[in-house]
Design a protein around this ligand. Sequence first.
Ligand code: TRP
Ligand code: ZN
Length: 879
Amino acid sequence: MSTEQHATRRREDYRVPEYLVEEIRLTFQLYAESTVVTADTVYAVNQQSTDCTGRLQLSGENMELVEVRLDGRRLEADEFEVSAMDLILVPGKDRFELQVVTRIDPVANTALEGLYCSNGNYCTQCEPEGFRRITYFPDRPDVLARFTTRIEGDRQTCPVLLSNGNLIESGELGNGRHYAVWQDPFPKPCYLFALVAGRLVAIDDTFTTRSGRDIALRIFVEARNRDLCDHAMRSLKKAMQWDEDVYGLEYDLDVFMIVAVDDFNMGAMENKGLNIFNSRCVLASPQSATDQDFLGIEGVVAHEYFHNWTGNRVTCRDWFQLSLKEGLTVFRDQEFSSDMNSRAVQRIDDVQLIRNFQFREDSGPMAHPVRPDAYVEINNFYTVTVYNKGAEVIRMMHTLLGAADFRKGMDLYFARHDGQAVTCDDFVAAMADASGVDLGQFKRWYSQAGTPVVKVSGQWLAEKRRYVLRLRQSCPATPGQDGKEPFHIPIAVGLLDSRGRDMLNGDRDGTRVLELREREQSFSFPDIGEKPVLSFLRGFSAPVKVELDQSREELAFLLAHDTDLFNRWYAASKLSEIVVMETVARLQANAQPVLDSDFVAAVRANLQRPASDKALLALALQLPAETYLAQQMDTVDPVNLHRGREFVRSQLSSLLADEFRRIYDDNNEEGEYRITPEAMGRRSLKNVALAYLMARVPTDEEIYALCCGQYAEAGNMTDAIAALSCVTRIEGRRRQEILHHFYTRWQADPLVLDKWFTLQAVSPLADTLAEVTRLLANPSFSMKNPNKVRALIGAFCSGNHYRFHDVSGAGYAFLTDRIIELNATNPQIAARMLSPLTVWKRYDPVRQDLIRRQLERILAVDNLSGDVYEIARKSLQAG
Ligand code: TRP
Ligand code: ZN
């Protein structure tokens, strides 16, 4: 594990490329274990470059170089240098054509980067640096080229041959082989290149753009999945319509294709005109997918489609700018989903992701700015910070500029940069220039890591009829960044009178957006005739932690009355957090826990109020996750944390049994299955009630029967999984029977089996790790399939805080074994699995020591990938 092997790349070292590519013609002769790739590339010196080394340096990894020709002449071995990572030659001219022939093995490619096989079909994943596993090329996003791709394959096994752009030619080759030629008219970086070949069927539809062009839409899947694409297709059409309506953006090719594959490292990929998806993000039916799955598919389909403009037409100059496309595109898909479904529910889901995962990343050894300054392996920076905090940064600009000026900024961004590879600075400049808003200080959100803390104190001055809000901001040190400059933070606030009415007339009815720029700043509100209740950070207007002492009475009041629906949920969540943490503290002090009766009263009142939005009520009833609560402890105590949270759950269950039962019965009628926000809200409320009813200790037999009945009779996966998930938390023979029933019923459906693996992995039962270990040997499990790894190993280690952190250290050893295994086959997934070990400093000395030893064991592995090395190394350094 030498450090030279794992070199650090720095943003400040950026140089424009010395050579650009005018066009590239690729030919693939597809054979499972020996595919030959011929790349004919026209290079020309970049006039913009001040380097004149005369050397052409092309990236390339994991392949055999067959031959190189310069303007037709075959180069001798001494005319170029080839290493494990690149090919260097001195062409001696300003413009030339290079032919590179390489041989690759798609079947042996378990890293799932470059060209690989999934269920016997060929597909590619080139972002960020996978193209260099296909041919030697300047594999960087600021080299844009016109691609023409010829694919030759076997007609039997590969009837479908796809690449980016338009099909311009196809035909027979003899010997049972055929070919297709695709041409993409839009210059693009090679990370957007895609190829798919295999035995697939197409589901077809069309979309007519607002300028009247007919676009052919095609989703390609294996024949067995033919009937599972309707929802994805509907989502695609909605996304196309939305981008026209909201941003005036039209699709630009004549065909838009989506391909679903089972083996995929992430969710999906926005390759130009040929998106490749993890099948989990495409396939759905009411019987086999939950409401969450339906929403997830709609969001991801939209996300990848939106990349066509934010990512493809305007792309990134270098990978440090990743959030330029990802933060912006996540913001766009969040807004799309808000418009299609419930805005408040969408916002709560997005904020929970930030609080549960991004805040944790931002306070650990991997903390990095939205635009990182340095990395060893760029794959490690596809993070919740770059994606989701990046989206929050865009959202804050939207708040500061207002919707109209934000749109002007987007228009200017496209007008200036269409066809270019640009930076986050370019994006902010377009926003500032279009609106006249000074975003100079705001840009610190891109450069400073860490979660700002805003300390709040409010005071009502009765005589002066004035309310004064004093805000103080700070930001903890993060690796490599000790002192931080103050951020420019939009803070949306409301003041409520004693009847729960808004007292401010703000920019958005009742809400005023304050702009906090100083370390300390006061805001004064005149004409406040009674003591108000403060509704702070409405809609989570900035990704900050808030320190504000609010009494339980005030929180209960906000929960009941706030006009900002997000803040109603926030009050509920804060209230439960206080109550759970109090219980945990009592357990730690060996005191008898008691449940605060005011809290029970507030929850009861919430249950009795006529629920206008059932999904919101369901969310308000859920206690914060253990992973979130863990962050609120100085030293994490996984056992008492779990016990405390369970105590609150079971107490609520028995004290409010009648209310939960009534809610369950009132919402149990399932007519024809619909995925409207109302129907989803009803199901989620019903299933939260069921989970509470089942949390009673000891288990109520009648309720248990009710739950089993719901499982047996469920006509949809949402209800089936909800019931099954309650059952898997309770020991006994029936648990085994139902799990077995589910397995038998869904044995042929890998996506549904992922749920089965996950339910067992997140169970709080004592033998869960033993069970998870046994499941590794289940014939349906495979370490080669990232979905399975996430469903079983990821779910146990990241989603079962209590059992993973067992003080024996068995969970840590188990994960380490798996990481070492994955390091050799799929480093990208191996590195992702490491995240629960990175925050070891937050635990007690015994656990710290156990985790540190495992991190050291990982670092001692031979042939450690850069991916795993970087995260393990940084985690240990933090100690
Ligand atoms: N650009 C993709 C997205 O967010 C992300 C992605 C898909 C990816 N596959 C990947 C990133 C493989 C790294 C490696 O839509
Ligand atoms: Zn993306």
